[in-house]
Design a protein around this ligand. Structure first.
Ligand SMILES: [Zn+2]
Length: 76
């Protein structure tokens, strides 16, 4: 799987989308409590912000990330 860095809103949303697709329900846990945030560019929305590894959002589905990216960037 590709290496993703995600900001909190994108990571949580992608995690929810992944869980809805897989289990038909929103994520029970939105993110790990201990995440190693650092400054960087979110792989999803492209914002320069505090990001962490996709692992911290339970490895969201790659297709969910691509779909979310289309929404947040409006296809840019
Ligand atoms: Zn983002």
């Amino acid at each position: 799987m590709s290496f993703y860095l995600l900001c909190t809103p994108c990571g949580r949303t992608a995690n929810d989308m992944t869980c809805i697709k897989r289990y038909g329900a929103r994520a029970l846990q939105s993110a790990y409590h201990v995440s190693t945030f650092r400054d960087g560019i979110c792989s999803c929305c492209g914002e320069q912000t505090r990001v962490t590894e996709a692992r911290d959002f339970f490895y969201p589905d790659e297709r969910a990330l691509k779909l979310l990216r289309q929404y947040v960037t409006k296809g840019k």
